[in-house]
Design a protein around this ligand. Structure first.
Ligand code: PLP
Length: 374
């Protein structure tokens, strides 16, 4: 049997990882500023995370949601505290797309409506309604097509107000910082306007924090920078540091009913142990502060370099927009300088390193990109 060939692959086989470094099968060492797409939040093979999962594995790894799993409550408590949403409710699932599916569904259960506002260049996943709310026709299959999604330009307050006046809106789904779309920040005033309009129209504000959440921008959710709470936060990627776990944090105004949401694997013992280890490391080592400090440093230094069109982002979610003639830089960072970075089309280098990256590691990258640009 062959693999279903859906991924264009770099010719690299990683066999070992530690902190912000990975090694290939030839013993070559790489600096990882990509984290397998914003997933590695507390560093590869983090010792506390390994220990927590290993210890849990010897006790029990999985049982379904038909019994009490106190680790889920422990996780909810800790997540509520660290995210500053102590009165919210947690539903656990397995991936970012699934988190968004559940959020959109919950919003529709809440107000009985169908229309969803999503944004140009937004990405919310590859399943069902999540992909329908994603602005990329190439990944929307005919069966996913729906006229329930209204796409608006990001940060266009007039278009937003107009859409609310003309439709019965169930929910607005928005990334605090668009990741796949190329590191585009939702303005604070725009997020506040979403909050206001949702309140006025009894619609649900869904903050897709799958990529930009979990401390990456220096606050727990990127949407927090606006100072307005969302009704539902969706999260995945950094939540398990590579262990598949996702969730949605739900406002107290939305009430649960038995069987309204559900999953077989979501919230299993191992996933909770991994997610708890991440939060414990974030708290012990104040990783949100580190994300902010090293992120600010990187952005300040990047802005001094020649040829860069724009540096965008917050904390450790950074986009470097390059002109066409520097399209090769990402490949050169990987193959010449042995540094993994992410990308967004066209010509945006995306930095999504672990939240405990050091200034010294940031300097290695700065020297390499400087070398390429000069
Ligand atoms: C903002 C955002 N939402 C949702 C998803 C989908 O997450 P997953 O691939 O875990 O389904 C992604 C993945 O890149 C994402 O960046």
């Amino acid at each position: 049997m062959n693999l279903f060939d859906v991924y264009p692959l770099n010719d690299v086989t990683i066999v070992k990882a530690e902190g912000s470094y990975v090694w290939d099968n030839k013993g070559e060492k790489y600096l990882d500023l990509y984290g397998g797409h914003a997933v590695i939040s507390i560093g590869h093979t983090n010792a506390h995370w390994v220990k927590r999962i290993e210890e849990q594995m010897h006790k029990i790894s999985f049982y379904s949601n038909s019994i009490k799993i106190p680790l889920q409550q422990e996780l909810a408590y800790k997540l509520g505290r660290l995210s500053g949403k102590e009165n919210y409710q947690l539903f656990l699932c397995n991936s970012g797309a699934e988190a968004n599916e559940n959020a959109l569904k919950l919003a529709s259960f809440y107000n009985g409506r169908k229309k969803v506002i999503a944004f140009k260049k937004g990405f919310h996943g590859r399943t069902s309604l999540a992909v329908a709310a994603t602005d990329n026709p190439a990944i929307i299959a005919p069966v996913n097509e729906t006229n329930n999604i209204i796409f608006l330009p990001l940060n266009d307050e007039a278009a937003l107000a107009n859409a609310f006046s003309e439709n019965e809106i169930s929910s607005v789904i928005i990334e605090g910082i668009q990741g796949v779309g190329g590191i585009n920040i939702a303005n604070d005033s725009f997020l506040k306007t979403i909050r206001k309009l949702c309140d006025e129209h009894n619609a649900i504000y869904i903050a897709d924090s799958v990529q930009c959440g979990y401390g990456r921008t220096g606050k727990f959710y990127a949407h927090d920078h606006a100072g307005a709470d969302a009704d539902i936060y969706t999260m995945a990627k950094g939540m398990g540091n590579g262990f598949p776990v996702a969730g949605i944090s739900i406002s107290p105004k939305i009430h649960a009913k038995h069987f309204m949401l559900g999953t077989t694997f979501g919230g299993n013992h191992l996933a909770c142990a991994a997610a708890l280890a991440v939060l414990e490391e974030m708290e012990t080592h104040q990783l949100m502060d580190n994300a902010q400090q090293v992120g600010n440093y990187l952005m300040t230094e990047l802005k001094k370099l020649p040829h860069i069109i724009e540096v965008r982002g917050r904390g450790l979610m950074i986009g470097i927009q390059l002109p066409d003639e520097f399209a090769r830089v990402k490949k050169q960072l990987l193959f010449t300088h042995k540094i993994f970075t992410g990308e967004a089309k066209p010509n945006v280098i995306r930095l999504l390193p672990a939240l405990n990256i050091t200034k010294k590691e940031a300097d290695i990258f700065l020297a390499a990109i400087k070398n390429e640009l000069e």
